[in-house]
Design a protein around this ligand. Sequence first.
Ligand code: SF4
Length: 328
Amino acid sequence: MLFDDSPASSLTGIARLAARSSVLEAKSQVRYFEIETRSVLNRTRLGMPFRWTINPYRGCEFACKYCYARYTHEFMGIEDVALFEDQIYAKSNLAPILRQELRKTDPREAIAIGTATDPYQPAERRFRRTRSVLEVFASGYGRRISITTKSDLVTRDVELLTKIAAANSLSVNITITTLDRDLARLLEPRAPRPDLRLRAVRTLADAGIRVGVFPNPILPLITDSERRLDLLARAARDSGASHFGGGLLFLMPAARRVFFPFLAERFPHLLKRYEDRYTRNAYLRGEYAESIVARVRSIRVRHGLDNGPLEHIPAGFEPEQPALFEIR
Ligand code: SF4
């Protein structure tokens, strides 16, 4: 057993909850746990495009080599960054806690679902924690909600999403780093194929849901070429996306511990360049970074796509009178 029922007395906070978690299921590689939920809405720092985030899971089975969120397992006292993708925690009891929290929050503040783990990773098929969150939003109105995912499983909830969109401002962002299946398999070994994600864009757009494509993260010298990004934006537009926007890879120390060995194995000719640029700073700045921003902007304009989802005010409430969230 990786965990037993008696947490070490030295553990506190989320690490203590993680140690208490009971196994939901174990596949050959991946183990699922249930973790007690203390709060559903997490406040972001100022300057972010959303005020609150919701992540129904901890850890993410998609196992992207560049994943920025691996450090979040460290909060639970798990230092092996590889376990981020093999030890998945489904949060318990989300809906009642979320209802309580929403009563105390300003409905004008934007809520982003899926910022640190994918809300439609394989665990969702069984444990439906993201769906339980969406059901809360479907029972209210006047919220600003976005969902970001790499998974076509989002289309399972198309009816629910349509219901939410009718009474809230909702946008869905599908992340597609590349259309190249083989490259995607290397970079995101357990995520759905790019063509399945594009098909999800089409399904959502056809249902009248505002959907965009994010080529995030743009990987220097791997996915950053004009040609690759242009093909992706064109495919996004042709699938009904309304917006397209992306940012460059950033690499925190926990992410570097996985990404650099991956480069050494698969892109050895790039390793030194990445090490030189990312070892001291997680973010790239300067001429190259600016050129990528300009490239994405010009591609977006070329294909008639927006920078982000346009604010959609559903019928039934006035924008100057912020609606109150109401649980029916
Ligand atoms: S889908 Fe997102 S959270 Fe999941 S492994 Fe990939 S980058 Fe990390």
